[in-house]
Design a protein around this ligand. Structure first.
Ligand code: NOJ
Length: 763
């Protein structure tokens, strides 16, 4: 048989099997549903946080014993934060063996950037722009977590944000909806894999639906007020990309959107998500977000909150117990319908079937697998690769980097230089405290130089106990300065590791200032006055304000919170074993007052030359600061240099149909001394439209690698689809389209590029 024919047969067979699976799940779900009492149905919609140590004594009294009783009565569909094979197995056993129908639980966990082996924070990974590596990182996280009993993660967070004050920007992909959409899809595919029923893959969650990244003033849990254009063009695309990638669940968000709490927003959940996008998975609320609608001033009481949430399409209640307490009454009172309840339960059961939990509820509970996969070499090697690719070189003067490998005296200074906890970042519930490789350890693994370490500024409360402990970088004690200054004086080069402690970004960690916390700025300036040969290594979960450092410090490396392998990755980059290739996924402001700051802004009716005297005060600017960011979106250097030339289009018009396309190309040469990677970026600008378009929008990129002296032509295909945007006409369903007219096309090394060429979309 000819190869093509056999491929077609295999493909058709695959389709049939797939269709049968889907249908059989439908049948199984219906059969099961028909056997369920109303209480059991409501139970599936109830999710509890972990409540006792299954391997230890059972607690008596209080919340825990009530939860246990409910579990035994089949009133729990899912648990979160229960982890480890033994614990998961013990709890699953109760659900399967002690409840009437034996429906297995689905175990959720915040696998945000690694389980025990911690990967770089998502914002850092996004700086790699390397979709395959990001997908692999998610897959490795899923492999480790699933070996510990977990089968569902509350990730990826796909919230676009333009506000670095919000501590949760560390969990997302930054400010751009195009990059954010690609990364959302990569993460979903990595977590869920090709086969969700494999014991190595888990169900993913796109969160937080929606607009959580647009909370006012960057203050966590605050209100959101945005227009429909921003909602559809900026906020929703990554969620849609997650649906297209097959994401199994969604989580709604704490915030209200234009006066309606997301948990009760049926436009978002029923009309858009389940209606327009055809999402057939389930929606879990955020932690207690049903109950919080009372504080929002939207629900009168718990009963009302339950009514609002279910009517709006929230299928599972995380930790409010409101569905458990109220739905039956709501049904009797005809405030909710049996169809709504059945729909929610069907969605939940379907995902459990797809995970294979009905075939084997203990499939994620294999002790041997847990011990062989946890912290394995494979996962650590992946974390190291991802970490190296996440680093962004912000500045490199005097050729300070890469460091010479021998004959140097290096002073290693800073509160984070030997810290083994901060690199783990914020979401690392299952990781051992202080389990990261520190920069000190990473540098010491290279033997050729003498390293003299001095902390300079101490951490207050060095070892955090528990998740919510606040560790601060000292701002009362400067006694470490003197020793650090002596170390700096006696060295050829100073490596300073400064930034945010691991828990200074993340949920509930909004900041009103974005400078280096504690005495770090003072330390930096004092060391600089003694030895200006400083390489500043930054560890942080969000863009910081770095004006002084950028003006004075010759070399700056953005190393985020890079996870378990942090120190190794940083050392390899400092020594040039890996040439940095990351690009910022978020603009770094010059001052907090510029926020929200983002590259894809509108031009306004009074634009001006940035920072120049426009001859009048009456244009859109600050009198005390430039409009532009300090480091723009897409920015990042390499140890080598790249030259862009000959931007070209094969023709300067695009026919107004789906088949025509343009080819835009550019020549890139490695003009430096090192082999290096470059993220070549394509931006478009729709010059006039029925709703104003941003000055630039990322529409494509390609990562290339070039040897010194070599060149490459990079081409992008431009189609009409890429020119589409959502315009606010009354009919929101048909609001996407491309409008004929003139476009600028930019190709460059960052969003600040000015290299452009024009074309027209014909009528
Ligand atoms: C609240 C957070 O907003 C959400 O992202 C997380 O998944 C849940 N807590 C569960 O931990």
């Amino acid at each position: 048989m000819n190869n093509n024919i056999s491929l077609i047969i295999i493909f058709l067979f695959g389709l049939i099997v797939n269709a049968q699976n889907k249908n059989s799940y439908q049948k199984e779900v219906e059969i099961l549903l028909s056997k369920m009492t109303i209480d059991e149905k409501i139970g599936q919609m109830n999710q509890y946080n972990g409540f006792w140590n299954a391997t230890g004594p059972e607690p008596v009294g209080g919340d825990a014993s009530k939860k246990l009783k409910n579990l035994k009565s089949g009133l729990v569909g899912s648990m979160l934060n229960v982890r480890g094979v033994e614990e998961v197995r013990a709890i699953q056993k109760i659900a399967v063996e002690e409840t009437r129908l034996g429906i297995p639980l689905i175990f959720g966990f915040d696998l945000i950037h690694g389980y025990k082996t911690i990967a770089p924070i998502p914002l850092a990974e996004s700086a790699s722009w390397d979709l395959e590596e990001i997908k692999k990182s998610a897959a490795l996280g899923a492999k480790e977590a699933s070996a510990a009993g977990i089968n569902w993660t509350f990730a990826p967070m796909v919230d676009i944000s333009r506000d670095a004050r919000w501590g949760r920007v560390m969990e997302g992909a930054g400010e751009d909806p195009y990059l954010g959409s690609l990364i959302a899809a990569a993460r979903v595919k990595g977590l869920q894999g090709e086969d969700l029923s494999s014991p190595h893959t888990i169900a993913a969650t796109a969160k937080h639906f929606a607009a959580y990244g647009f909370i006012e003033s960057g203050r966590d849990y605050n209100t959101v007020d945005i227009g429909v254009n921003t909602l559809h063009n900026i906020v929703l695309p990554p969620f849609k990309a997650a649906v297209d990638a097959g994401v199994k669940t969604f989580m709604n968000s704490f915030n209200d959107l234009n006066g309606i709490p997301a948990t009760a927003d049926s436009y978002l959940q029923r009309d858009i998500l389940k209606g327009l996008w055809g999402f057939d998975g389930f929606v879990v609320s955020d932690w207690g977000s049903l109950r919080e609608m009372i504080d929002h001033g939207y629900a009168k009481n718990k009963n009302h909150a339950g009514e609002l949430a279910l009517n709006a399409g929230s299928d599972m209640d995380m930790e409010s117990s409101i569905y458990l307490q109220e739905i039956k009454k709501l049904l009797v009172d005809k405030k909710v319908s049996m169809e709504q309840i059945d729909d929610a339960v069907r969605r939940i059961l379907k995902v459990k079937y797809e995970l294979g939990l009905f075939d084997d509820p203990y499939k994620y509970c294999d002790l041997d697998r847990e011990s062989s996969i946890t912290n394995s070499n494979e996962i650590n090697t992946g974390a190291l690769e991802m970490a190296k690719k996440s680093i962004v070189l912000l500045k490199n003067q005097k050729k300070l980097l890469p460091l010479k490998k021998s004959g140097q005296k290096i002073a290693l200074i800073g509160p984070l230089a030997s810290d083994k906890n901060s690199p783990l970042g914020n979401w690392r519930i299952a990781a051992e405290n202080n389990s990261a490789i520190s920069v000190k350890e990473g540098l010491e693994a290279f033997k050729g130089n003498i390293i003299e370490y001095s902390q300079g500024v101490r951490l207050v409360n060095k070892i955090p106990e528990g998740f919510h402990e606040e560790v601060q970088i000292n701002n009362t004690d400067k006694t470490g300065f003197e020793e650090a200054k002596i170390a700096a004086k006696n060295s050829d080069v100073v490596v300073m590791v400064l930034g945010e402690y691991g828990f200074q970004s993340g949920e509930g960690r909004s900041r009103s200032k974005l400078d280096l916390p504690g005495f770090q700025q003072e330390l930096l300036e004092e060391i600089y006055s003694i030895n200006p040969n400083i390489v500043l290594v930054l560890m942080n979960g969000r863009p910081l304000v770095l004006n002084w450092a950028n003006k004075n410090i010759p070399a700056i490396l953005e190393a985020w919170h890079l996870g378990t392998q942090s120190g190794n990755a940083i050392a390899q980059v400092l020594y040039g074993e890996y040439n940095p290739s990351g690009k910022l996924p978020m603009s770094f402001p010059r001052s907090v007052g510029q926020i929200p700051i983002y590259y894809n802004h509108k031009n306004t009716g009074r634009p001006g030359a940035d920072g120049e005297d426009a001859g009048s005060v009456f244009w859109s600017h600050y009198i005390d600061e430039k409009n532009s960011p300090l480091f723009p979106f897409g920015y990042g250097l390499s140890y080598t240099s790249f030259n862009y030339s000959n931007i070209e289009l094969n023709k300067n018009y695009l026919e107004n149909n789906d088949d025509d396309y343009l080819i835009a190309s550019i020549e890139i040469s490695n003009t430096g001394d090192f082999k290096g990677k470059e993220v070549v970026q394509l931006y478009l600008h729709d010059k006039y439209a029925s709703a104003i378009r941003p000055v630039k929008e990322l529409k494509g990129f390609e990562i290339i690698e070039l040897d010194p002296g070599k060149s490459k032509k990079v081409s992008f295909k431009i189609t009409k689809k890429m020119l589409e945007f959502y315009y606010n006409k009354n009919d929101w369903i048909s609001g996407w389209g491309a409008e004929p007219g003139d476009f600028d096309l930019y190709i460059g090394t960052s969003s600040a590029t000015k290299r452009k060429i024009e074309f027209e979309l014909l009528k």
